[in-house]
Design a protein around this ligand. Structure first.
Ligand code: 3PG
Length: 371
């Protein structure tokens, strides 16, 4: 795969796909700019080498990149023009949220060609989106000389080591919200990992299909199909044995501890319970390598932060294990608990990191390898 230093960028328009999909707070302000900071070396290198820099990213599914523009200006100290067609000498162009356009997620050819016309060369600096076959990831590099940015290169180097030769026992912890994409990697990790701990929203459809959680809405058909592919009775698979439940996400009405089979129809599972914390902790303690993506509860709310905090602390306490963590929400949780610097590698990818470590071929990497 070509990397940034293989490209001649002097006086060229360099189109850089970044992942500025950062967590925002209720007021729309940036909660955690780790992903932005991680792309700065590539942008600074391009500026230093007299390239004309055009940045593009998505942010959620619909917000403006104005908050990103301001943060970039603060860090880079040069004007960043948002949504404009042209930038002057020493200025940076930042395209508006790519997902404003339907063509992005559909990998529409016309849309990809339109993007490609804005640059002379293409740099992929968005490891966290490489599992998505979107126009800015797999469409644009068909039309331009392309390479991996410094961050993408670093992620592949470190994660490849884990993929090829993991220390054992390898314990993988999966949680979070993005059920449709994460459910696909469970099967792979049941083969690769020694223990797989599942919490957060993603645990619920598995508990339902297993027949443990009853009387709850049946999960989406595509999710059920994926669940049916893996061995639900595997002794490596560990699901919550108790949970914190409440009628809503504030937890203000009441919060109860309940076994998953006893959760009422009008209640939500919002965190793992104390018995699950104990069970998960025991397994984490024995690990030599730990991969974690996705909080195990709604850690943003004080009533439901306990499970995620306990898991984070237990991982950190295991000083002999090599610890990898990834994903926007998990990184926010670690920031909240002040534990981020205790990990060996912090990946900018959540779903992408899991897909890569699960041995999947990421479309965004495949296209760069074909260059
Ligand atoms: C992420 O946050 O994992 C990436 O930015 C991809 O976002 P997506 O899941 O909305 O495609």
């Amino acid at each position: 795969m070509k990397t940034l230093k293989d490209l001649d960028v002097k006086n060229k328009r360099v189109l850089v796909r970044c992942d500025f999909n950062v967590p925002l707070d209720e007021k729309g302000e940036i909660n955690d700019d780790f992903r932005i900071k991680q792309t700065l070396p590539t942008i600074e290198y391009l500026l230093k080498n007299k390239a004309r820099v055009i940045l593009m990213s998505h942010l959620g599914d619909g917000g403006s990149l104005q908050v990103i523009q301001k943060r970039l200006e603060k860090y880079l100290g040069v004007p960043v023009l948002l949504g404009k067609k042209k930038a002057g000498e020493g200025e940076i162009l930042l395209l508006e949220n790519l997902r404003f356009h339907k063509g992005e997620e559909k990998n529409d050819e016309k849309f990809a060609k339109g993007l490609a016309k804005l640059g002379d060369v293409y740099v992929n600096e968005a490891f966290a989106v490489c599992h998505r076959p979107h126009a800015s990831i797999i469409g644009v590099p068909k039309y331009l000389p392309s390479a991996a940015g410094f961050l993408l290169e670093k992620e592949i180097k470190i994660l490849s080591r884990v993929l090829e030769d993991p220390w054992r026992p390898l314990v993988v912890i999966i949680g979070g919200l993005k059920i449709e994409s994460k459910i696909k990697v469970i099967k792979q990790f049941l083969e690769k990992a020694d223990q797989l701990l599942v919490g957060g929203k993603i645990a619920e459809p598995i508990l339902i299909v297993k027949g443990i959680c009853v009387g709850r809405p049946w999960p989406l058909e595509e999710v059920v199909k994926e669940i049916e592919k893996f061995n639900l009775t595997s002794t490596k698979l560990h699901l919550p044995i108790d949970a914190l439940v409440s009628p809503d996400e504030t937890g203000e009405m009441y919060v109860n501890e309940a076994a998953p089979g006893r959760v009422r129809k009008d209640e939500m599972l919002l965190d793992i319970g104390p018995e699950t914390i104990k069970m998960f902790s025991k397994i984490i303690k024995e690990a030599k390598m730990i991969v974690w993506a996705g909080p195990v509860g709604l850690f943003e709310r004080p009533f439901f932060e306990k499970g995620t905090k306990a898991i984070a602390e237990q991982i950190v306490r295991n000083y002999k294990a090599f610890k990898i963590v990834g994903g926007g929400d998990t990184l926010s949780a670690l920031k909240k608990f002040g534990l981020r610097d205790k990990f060996d590698h912090i990946s900018t990818g959540g779903g992408a990191m899991l897909a890569f470590l699960g041995g999947e071929e990421l479309p965004g990497l495949k296209i760069l390898e074909q260059q």
